[in-house]
Design a protein around this ligand. Structure first.
Ligand code: AKG
Length: 276
């Protein structure tokens, strides 16, 4: 049996970083108090603001205050802590990265991923957004080793690109992470379907903590979710800032993969994905 209790933290983060970190700490403690051994935060959990406010709120990784905050809490609470995402700045580069980090229960940074697919969309009568205006594209597929499973890291809009998740699965991922600040406009029609599709086609757990509430550019959808490898939604948040906890069983991933061997039945000799 490889069972572990996981939690999503749903937040309405705004531009005041100190108050976001305070709220995140309260919710992380609540999740740990409910027995969660792996706690996951949403995209941009430490700051959601205007482009003008980004420079002052971007941080170096691993030197910034948010990384120190996550390291301290993961160690103190003896939990795996997935840091949603934050604006990462890099010396000598003009643009930021939308970066996510994973900490082990010893407070050590064990993985970092930079969002590969930036949200550049213009929807008629819906949201218009140009994430690449101030952020640069990530260039690396990241799968982290933990003592219970391999975990693939992705962020929000990445969910629309199944190739990324297939590559993570081929690299051994049994859990796929998707911290998000999904728009209400697209989320109400696409969010659950996309999460369940990635879970079913990769026969993996999908853990998706989301932002909720009104942001400078759009309304966030929320509905943080945990989906099992059969595609069943095993936990969903309501429309509030909250913690959602579920037990996941990594042996179930292997059972599903044995019963419906679609990963094995692939025909890479007919089509191929480039694994770097
Ligand atoms: O894919 C979508 O519909 C929303 C994506 C998004 O909001 C983001 O990547 O920030």
């Amino acid at each position: 049996m490889r069972k572990i209790k996981v939690a999503t933290v749903q937040m309405d983060s705004q531009h005041d970083k100190a108050s976001n970190l305070q709220k995140a700490e309260r919710l992380i403690r609540e999740a740990a108090g409910q027995g969660a051994q792996y706690v996951a935060l949403p995209e941009y959990f430490n700051f959601v603001g205007t482009e003008e406010q980004e420079e002052a709120n971007a941080e170096y990784i691993p030197d910034g205050e948010t990384v120190q905050f996550l390291s301290r809490l993961s160690k103190e609470l003896n939990i795996w802590l997935h840091g949603g995402s934050m604006l990462e700045k890099v010396r000598g580069e003009v643009k930021f990265y939308n970066a996510t980090v994973l900490f082990n229960p010893q407070g050590e940074l064990v993985g970092k991923y930079r969002k590969i697919h930036l949200f550049d969309v213009e929807i008629e009568s819906g949201p218009s957004y140009l994430e690449s205006q101030t952020k640069d594209f990530g260039r690396e597929v990241v799968v982290c080793d933990t003592d219970f499973a391999k975990i693939g890291l992705a962020i929000c809009y990445d969910i629309r690109f199944p190739e990324l998740f297939r590559l993570q699965s081929l690299k051994g991922a049994e859990i796929l992470m998707l911290p998000a600040e999904f728009t209400l406009y697209t989320g109400r029609d696409h969010w659950e379907t996309l999460l369940r599709a990635r879970a079913i086609e990769n026969q993996a757990y999908v853990i998706a903590p989301g932002q909720i509430g009104k942001k400078p550019s759009y309304q966030s959808y929320g509905r943080s979710m945990i989906v099992d490898p059969w595609g069943t939604v095993i936990a969903t948040a309501t429309d509030a800032e909250m913690v959602t906890v579920a037990e996941i069983d990594l042996d179930y991933v292997q059972q599903i993969r044995k019963q419906v061997p679609s990963l094995k039945n692939r025909r890479p000799e007919v089509y191929s994905l480039h694994l770097s």
